[in-house]
Write a protein that binds this ligand. Structure first.
Ligand SMILES: Nc1ncnc2c1ncn2[C@@H]1O[C@H](COP(=O)(O)OP(=O)(O)OP(=O)(O)O)[C@@H](O)[C@H]1O
Ligand SMILES: [Mg+2]
Length: 285
């Protein structure tokens, strides 16, 4: 009896620590099964990197969590609330707590950057007047490191990196607790990608965000992710720190992290660490 009570308390604590819980997820398109019995927990306050080969279903997983894809089976809970097939007020209140940067940016090309940022505000808070809306948009634009002058520009007038930041500003429009980023650094040069990563980490730390970050970028994984989830064989085959993943004997994981690119990323992280650490008096590290 006491054990059952202890387990119940443990579960409640665990549940409270989890931002997203996915259980037994199945997604398919016709005959093609993309996910089968997929489980995943994203902890509150972490940056969880999501990796997997192209076409393994990373974007579909994100779409199922945010309700753009109805799964065949399974459960998706966000902040303890079940989300699948729900459109009631409680589900709406949870939806307001996340922001999304879609793969490719997905800005409205006929709207300026500021107008793009204002879209979710208009949708979820129609009573907010135009002046306050403009002020919120300007603030979010600055928050992502874009100059104020970017506000009146159209997406076609921006560089790729600026478009990503504009997408990030829109994702932050409603002061989310949870941020979904799908390949945020794809197509950016290494310096632009590193700057975007820094910005993501800074925002996550200052705003206390939980971040679900899909990426192919090994530098991003090494530099800002607290844990990494690996998608393969239609499910999440492993979740952990990169060190923990490297200890696993899975061919895709070994090839991905221990291949030439993985080794280069590890070496870069080691170099950064050594730069930060003072050299001991005898010159040895
Ligand atoms: N709306 C759709 N209709 C039919 N098939 C789809 C649809 N969306 C995704 N798929 C299929 O589901 C599989 C997973 O797609 P998904 O976009 O999630 O891959 P991904 O892991 O994000 O790949 P990438 O790294 O290239 O972005 C692919 O085979 C894709 O063709
Ligand atoms: Mg994708």
């Amino acid at each position: 009896m006491q054990q059952a009570e202890e387990r119940r308390i443990e579960e409640a604590v665990e549940q409270n620590d989890v931002a997203i819980r996915v259980r037994g997820l199945r997604n398919s398109f016709g005959d093609q099964v993309v996910h089968e019995q997929l489980d995943l927990d994203v902890r509150k306050g972490e940056i969880l990197g999501v990796v997997g080969g192209s076409g393994t279903g990373k974007s579909v997983l994100m779409r199922s969590i945010i309700g753009l894809q109805t799964p065949d089976e399974g459960e998706v809970c966000v902040f303890g609330e079940s989300m699948v097939g729900r459109l009631d007020d409680e589900a709406l209140a949870i939806r307001k707590r996340w922001g999304v940067l879609f793969q490719g940016g997905a800005l409205f090309s006929t709207l300026t950057v500021a107008e793009n940022v204002e879209v979710p505000i208009r949708e979820y808070y129609p009573n907010i007047g135009p002046q306050l809306r403009d002020e919120i948009a300007a603030y979010k634009i600055r928050m992502t490191g874009l100059p104020t002058e970017a506000g009146p520009k159209y997406p076609a007038e921006l560089s790729g990196g600026m478009r990503k930041r504009a997408g990030l500003a829109r994702a932050l429009a409603l002061d989310p607790d949870l941020l979904f980023l799908d390949e945020p650094t794809a197509g950016l040069d290494p310096i632009g990608a590193a700057a975007f990563d820094d910005q993501t980490r800074k925002l996550q730390q200052t705003l206390g965000l939980t971040v679900f970050l899909i990426t192919h970028d090994l530098d991003t994984l090494y530099s800002i992710c607290d844990r990494v989830a690996v998608l393969a064989d239609k499910k999440v085959i492993a979740v952990g720190t990169i060190e923990e993943l490297l200890a696993l004997d899975h061919p895709w994981i070994q090839e991905y992290f221990n291949g030439p690119r993985g080794r280069a990323a590890t070496a870069a992280v080691e170099r950064e660490k050594n730069k930060a650490a003072p050299t001991p008096p005898d010159g040895r590290r």
